[in-house]
Design a protein around this ligand. Structure first.
Ligand code: GCV
Length: 675
């Protein structure tokens, strides 16, 4: 018996501890007893004190909220950290929130092994508002959510409080996220009913000590639907009064309420156009109601009309003429790309074209178009590709980041949003690696000049292990993963050839829907002569929405970046690519490269077994198997279908299709929780 126990004890250190992912990246040890003092007492400071007391493994920490001149440059959320790990550290800030972010920063440095010598750090966030948008419905489902049902238990609130509310706020605060829109942009008017507002108040109270402000999506027709008014015309005094009364009620419950997010006249949602009014008139009416309380309106520019010759042009058409017509507490939220969160899109040309109106980027953290929570796709490279895109609106260097963070436009309002990928799954995001997308969104919202690699490095060390044998290959996988998904789904600028409705698998043959721009053929336009959407001056002329020299670059078949070629051009199958291959051959090689790359990830991950816990290892391993099968599915579906137009063989040195096209066309998925 003793021999068995001794053997077990000997083995113990080598056995990996089971992990369910519920602790996210916040996996530092919590049994320290650090000495932490503060010159201020408040719920926010209490959080900072408690986090440091239990997790800081160094000397004493002093927290100082200081109104001195030297600290004014730190702004609302910035902080300074000075001192030495052993002899003591001081975190100073102008505000309590700054101190809280400083505390999380210090703990991150410790957790990633990045503390050495004297500390002399100053950090200020690039964007004032760094928010998640939840597409959570009041019935608990989540539009485009792939990690279980909603975190918000509306039917239990306000009486029963899930412990996850606090954990959620803490996770956000740890990466600097300071706002959350609780409900779907396809908003139910009911969210503004008194009983729902009392539930919202409870969440706001729980999030407040973590610096996370609550916002709500509102349905533009709420005054008529809920309030019994004859209409919801933004120029009607009765409608304005209704909103004023509602806003007053909200602020009585939630004094720091953030404001409204609005999807108007888009995909069937009501809006000011229903009354012959403009987006500006609609937004300004809500802004008038919110103004006395410092609330803001976040008005989305995601619009497209059934009669437009090119969906990618619509937002520009509707919004550029309104530049300068919005009140100063309105910000326009623009998706990173002009169509819809595709694996790759150029940046939306509204960036740079509206210089008199604050604009913010909306990213999608949830992987609606990148394999849901089944595929591993680290999105920092996608986010950065957009933020670093040069619009040339003010000459070279006028990047989307600089246009939205206040550097190039002195906007009073700066913000950035990500559509959340959280749900009630134990690991929060379905795929363990999808946690990295929540994390990287927060880190980039704080500092968009961090590299994708830096962020991946931090996340891996915090979430898994600092062992270089793990960090190096896993980081490599993460950094290439988005491009891999592009390769096996939609290389060379192809876009929106997803299966109708669920957007998971391929359906390039989809050609019948109530609107043409809801079919895949609308986007790829494959025929005997070639493939791609002609957006040049001889096509839809979407290129003209970009500034020179970008419009010329995109317009030219030879100058257009090849990763956007089929976005801007209809290209002959025999067109010679830069590497000398024909377009058809290159397309085949790209699809195949995507498949092969996922197989490499599988091989690499299997080698990681000894560095990680069994539970997460197996979970990721099984998701990679799905991804690998799906990549082949994508490749076969797209190549076999496009081959019916190209009439050329798939190059003989790449893997042969393993499916029949007709069988692939029969696939009907019954996917969980996808809407
Ligand atoms: C919330 C895409 C998605 C919709 C989403 C919409 C939007 O069309 O498929 O589910 O609706 O974008 O961003 O409003």
């Amino acid at each position: 018996m003793c021999r068995v126990i001794c053997l077990f004890l000997l083995l113990l250190p080598s056995l990996s501890k089971a992990e369910d992912g519920s602790r996210l990246w916040l996996r530092g040890k919590t049994d320290y007893h650090a000495i932490v003092s503060s010159n201020r007492k408040s719920p926010v400071i209490d959080v900072a004190v408690q986090e440091l007391q239990t997790q800081w493994a160094g000397g004493k920490v002093q927290l100082v909220v200081s109104s001195g001149k030297a600290f004014e440059n730190l702004g609302k959320d910035g902080f300074m950290i000075v001192g030495n790990k052993d002899s003591g550290v001081t975190i100073q800030a102008l505000t309590e929130h700054g101190v809280l972010y400083g505390a999380y920063h210090l703990l991150r440095l410790q957790q990633t092994g990045a503390i050495s010598g004297e500390l002399n750090i100053t950090e200020t966030p690039k964007y004032a508002i760094r928010m998640l948008n939840h597409w959570d419905n009041l019935n608990g489902s989540i539009e485009r959510g792939y990690a279980g049902r909603s975190l918000w238990k509306w039917e239990q609130l306000p009486d029963t409080i899930s412990p996850r509310y606090k954990e959620y706020a803490r996770a956000n605060a740890s990466v600097g996220i300071n706002g959350t829109v609780l409900n779907n942009v396809n908003a139910s008017p009911n969210i503004l009913k008194d009983d729902y507002l009392r539930k919202v108040k409870i969440l706001a109270d729980i999030f407040r000590p973590y610096g996370v402000k609550v916002y709500l999506s509102v349905n533009f027709s709420t005054p008529s639907v809920l309030g019994g008014l004859a209409d919801s015309d933004p120029l009607s005094p009765a409608v304005l009064q209704w909103w004023k009364d509602k806003v007053k009620e909200i602020y009585q419950l939630i004094p720091d309420f953030g404001g409204f997010l609005v999807k108007a006249n888009s995909e069937g949602q009501p809006g000011p156009h229903d009354y012959g009014r403009t987006h500006a008139e609609g937004a300004n009416m809500l802004a008038t109601a919110l103004k006395p309380y410092h609330g803001i309106v976040i008005w989305r520019a995601f619009v497209y009309a059934p009669n437009s010759d090119d969906r990618a042009k619509q937002a520009y058409h509707e919004f550029v003429p309104l530049d300068g017509k919005f009140m100063d507490n309105v910000i326009i939220q623009v998706k990173n790309g002009p169509v819809d969160f595709q694996p790759r899109e150029p940046f939306t040309p509204l960036f740079g074209a509206m210089r008199k109106t604050p604009l913010m980027v909306e990213f999608q953290i949830t992987q609606e178009y990148l394999g849901f929570s089944n595929h591993l796709a680290y999105l920092a490279p996608l986010f950065k590709e957009c933020l670093d895109s040069d619009t040339y609106c003010n000459g070279a260097g006028s990047t989307v980041a600089k246009l939205t963070d206040g550097t190039l436009t002195p906007n009073p309002l700066t913000a950035i949003a990500g559509v959340a990928n959280t749900g009630e799954d134990t690991n929060w995001t379905g795929h363990h690696f999808a946690q990295a997308n929540w994390y990287c969104f927060g880190r980039l919202a704080w500092n968009h000049s961090l590299t994708s690699e830096q962020i991946a490095d931090e996340w891996i060390r915090m979430t898994f292990t600092p062992d270089e044998s793990f960090v190096k290959p896993v980081k490599e996988m993460m950094l290439t993963s988005r491009e891999t998904v592009v390769d096996y789904m939609m290389p060379l600028g192809l876009h929106h050839i997803f299966a109708e409705g669920h957007h998971y698998g391929p359906q390039p043959w989809h050609e019948k829907a109530s609107r043409e721009d809801w079919t895949a053929r609308y986007y790829h336009k494959a025929d005997a002569s070639g493939i791609g959407f002609d957006r040049t001056t001889s096509g839809s002329n979407a290129v003209s929405q970009y500034f020179p020299p970008l419009n010329e670059t995109f317009n030219s078949l030879s100058a257009c970046p090849e990763n956007l070629l089929l976005w801007f051009h209809h290209v002959s199958w025999n067109h010679k690519m830069k590497n000398g291959r024909s377009l058809w051959d290159e397309l085949c090689y790209k699809y195949d490269a995507g498949v092969q790359q996922v197989r490499e990830y599988q091989k690499m991950w299997d080698r990681m077994e000894k560095y990680t816990d069994a539970e997460r290892f197996q979970h990721v391993q099984s998701r990679l198997k799905i991804q690998s099968r799906d990549a082949v599915w994508w490749k076969d579906a797209c190549l076999l279908y496009f081959q019916t137009f190209s009439n050329q063989p798939i190059p003989y040195n790449i893997e042969r299709p393993v499916h029949e096209l007709d069988d692939l066309k029969q696939i009907r998925l019954n996917l969980r929780n996808t809407n």
